[in-house]
Design a protein around this ligand. Structure first.
Ligand code: GLA
Length: 730
């Protein structure tokens, strides 16, 4: 049993393989957070609680003589609001009587078999008997607002999932202005917050900041999780590094507006609150209605950031990603975007496919520009009829030709959008998010369809299910190329417009659930101008996501490094593209581009016709190399050996088979040196006593020697040289 309950003391211990999470409900019904950290079993941690009469921290009315009890200083599982806790609130409500208070008291608990689901939202699932659920029920007796806190305990995976459900059990409507998914109070210690900021073409750059006395906030109000911030944060002790030290991860399984807030309090405790952003959020709960918050994935380790990442990588790969492609090797694809942009013909596509096939590629992906009036990004989105004039044939016969070369066929779509210059917009202008009487803001000359409306979702479902039903399409790249503005739905009354942004996300999820459910044989890859919606919510539907529109191998070292903190390697779409690189103008060796792109779901994004004979030969080899290493890269443990953000000489990373039978070392020199000092790395995840052969040279080393003594690389010269070698246990 991973959930241990001391009924008399109303003490709940959630035990995983290496951690314990503990909470208790006191005699007044306040639910305290007691402990989260390395396993302490079910030992009652109330002895660690600290009470003091803290000036200007008020006391609940009915126990006001208990001057050392204040919600302002109590570590809690979830806060109410307006009742004397001045730290970050989990909740903001207004009740039928106009008051802004919620005072939650413990009502009871339930232990449920397996993993709870969240209606309409993606959430982790258990693979048979992996998870137990604890539900803590609370109630605000004055308004009738009920709060259910769910805890999913994945004992072997060291993962605790949380979500909150708010239900109006009273007689009057209640408005939610903020409804966080979880609050995590760390009563003691100093913590840094590591979060992942970025921009288009440079996503998920880790940034580490001490949690201040004041609120440190990251998030997105762009309608999607965004390039600029990622719904994942780590609280790490100041001394925590890649291999040692305490750290907590908190990841939202959500793809829309979010907010992560951290604060160090006056008594030096730290609070982390995360959930849907409260900007322009207002959700009305009629009597009897419930609001489900998105899930949060929590994990703790004292084994450093590397260990935390491996925990999230494994969990997302096995308990979030779904479908036929969850555990299967992926095909190597070639995408025509950087080869042709909008400027292609059916013949050109066939020639790309034919030549790519000769190199060993398995699938052609036809990117943007195959439909409607779409020869630039100024028009056509929404008109999903095939441009047969441009292709020179029907889509069916194009696919047939591609298949005749022995290639599978994939296609790009951007269903959530509409160009003002499109028949769809001319027919249904009200289907776009826009505010009556105002000219809507455009992004990439396009508007966003109002997926909060059922008829819009229904239309998109019939349009894209038809496309997939009528054609042999094996892969879909689902793009989303702008941030939301004018978030106003013609389907909602004025007082419910604060629901539109979240209802949009629910509409996207609904559409994806239907399409991915109906076409399980299709591999879906998410995309939003690259990695603008790279989150666990999307990974529930798409087992891979285009990591960034920046395909420059040297920039990708950082992007993939940052992404690896929370996300599995095989979920990162990454391709070898042409040089000079289209985004940076940089020229890197093909070998280096291959090494970097291989650390992801691999493919090409170039015109094979423009390749030299030597490059073609090298690509043939590269694809074979990828196929040789794919299992290790996809299912092995991943180790960051350098800090790609700060180590300016070289970047190194490694994969090790879970059973220690093999390892793959990758190094890229980002700034070659004259009279260079040695590149020396310590391998990880090997068996110390086992012997390993380096497959290229045949040299033999002990696991201990490679891990503790390290491995010295040959001198690498030239522009951005790359190095890859594999060690096999003998
Ligand atoms: C986005 C994607 C690109 C490409 C273009 C097509 O920017 O990230 O890979 O598909 O759209 O318009």
């Amino acid at each position: 049993m991973s959930i241990a309950i001391d009924k008399e003391n109303r003490l709940f211990s959630l035990n995983t393989a290496h951690t314990t999470y503990q909470l208790f409900a006191d005699d007044n019904g306040f639910v305290h957070h007691l402990y989260y950290g390395r396993s302490i079993g079910s030992f009652d941690m109330r002895f660690t609680e600290y009470y003091s009469d803290c000036g200007f921290s008020p006391n609940p009315g009915h126990i006001h003589m208990q001057r050392d009890f204040s919600l302002d200083t109590r570590p809690q599982e979830y806060t109410g609001c307006g009742i004397g806790d001045y730290r970050i609130s989990s909740l903001s409500v207004s009740n039928g009587d106009g008051s802004y208070s919620a005072d939650f008291r413990y009502v009871g608990f339930a232990v449920l078999d397996g993993k709870y689901a969240i209606p309409g939202l993606p959430a982790s699932y258990d693979n048979g008997g992996e998870c137990e659920t604890l539900r803590i029920d609370l109630k605000d007796h004055a308004s009738g607002l009920e709060l259910a806190l769910y805890y999913g305990v994945f004992a072997e995976k060291d993962m605790i999932t949380r979500c909150a459900v708010l239900r109006n059990g009273g007689g009057n409507p209640i408005k939610l202005y903020k409804a966080a998914s979880a609050c995590l109070d760390l009563p003691f210690g100093k913590w840094d917050m590591i979060h992942f900021q970025g921009r288009h073409c440079m996503e998920r750059m880790p940034e580490r900041t001490p949690v201040p006395h004041g609120v440190l906030t990251v998030g997105s109000d762009r309608g999607t999780s965004s390039h600029q911030h990622n719904p994942f944060a780590i609280l790490a002790a100041p001394e925590t590094c890649e291999e040692f030290g305490q750290c907590y991860g908190a990841m939202l399984v959500y793809s829309g507006n979010f907010k992560i807030e951290a604060e160090c309090s006056q008594l030096q405790s730290t609070r982390l609150v995360l959930g849907i952003s409260d900007q322009r959020f207002c959700w009305t709960l009629e009597p009897g209605e419930a609001f489900h918050t998105p899930e949060v994935l929590l994990s703790f380790t004292d084994g450093g950031l590397g260990s935390l990442s491996r925990c999230y990588q494994e969990f997302l790969a096995e308990n979030i990603c779904r479908g036929a492609y969850r555990d299967t090797p992926r095909q190597v694809l070639i995408n025509n975007w950087e080869a042709t942009y909008f400027n292609f013909t059916g013949e050109k596509l066939c020639s790309i496919a034919r030549q790519a096939k000769e190199l060993g590629v398995d699938m052609l992906v036809l990117d943007d520009g195959w439909f409607g009036k779409r020869d630039s990004d100024y028009s056509g989105l929404g008109d999903w009829d095939v441009n047969e004039k441009k292709l020179g044939c029907t889509l069916t016969s194009l696919i047939q030709k591609i298949q005749d070369y022995g290639m599978d066929f994939g296609i790009w779509v951007e269903p959530e959008m509409v160009s003002p210059d499109s028949d769809l917009y001319r027919t249904h202008p009200d289907w776009a998010l826009s505010i009556p009487g105002r000219t809507p803001v455009q992004g990439r000359s396009q508007l966003v369809l109002d997926l909060s409306r059922e008829e819009v979702v229904g239309y998109l479902y019939s349009c894209f299910s038809n496309l997939l039903r009528c054609h042999e399409i094996r892969y879909v790249k689902w793009d989303m190329n702008r941030s939301l503005t004018d978030v106003f739905s013609r389907g909602l009354p004025p007082e419910r417009q604060g629901e539109a942004a979240h209802r949009y996300v629910l509409g996207v999820y609904n559409l994806l659930e239907r399409l991915t459910g109906e076409f399980p044989e299709v591999l879906f890859e998410g995309c939003s101008g690259g990695g603008g919606r790279f989150d666990a919510g999307m990974l529930y539907y798409f087992p891979q996501i285009w990591c960034s529109d920046d395909t420059d191998a040297i920039e990708r070292l950082k992007i993939q490094y940052g992404t690896s903190f929370g996300y599995p390697i095989r979920t990162m779409g990454s391709h070898v593209s042409a040089v000079p690189n289209h985004q940076t103008g940089r020229t890197t060796p093909l070998h280096t581009r291959g090494i970097v792109a291989m650390s992801g779901s691999f493919g090409y994004e170039l015109d094979p016709q423009k390749l030299s004979r030597e490059d073609k030969e090298e690509i043939r080899e590269q694809i074979l190399t990828f196929r040789r290493h794919q299992d290790l890269i996809f299912y092995g443990d991943y180790y960051r050996l350098t800090n790609a953000m700060t180590d300016d000489y070289f970047t190194a990373w490694q994969f090790a088979a879970k059973d220690g039978s093999a390892a793959l070392l990758n190094v890229v020199v980002v700034a070659p040196k004259a009279n260079p000092y040695p590149i020396h790395v310590h391998l990880k995840g090997l068996q110390p006593e086992a012997m390993y052969r380096e497959t290229e040279s045949g040299s033999v080393y002990s696991g201990a020697a490679l891990m503790y003594g390290g491995y010295t690389l040959p001198i690498l010269t030239g522009d951005y040289p790359g190095f890859q070698c594999r060690f096999e246990r003998i």
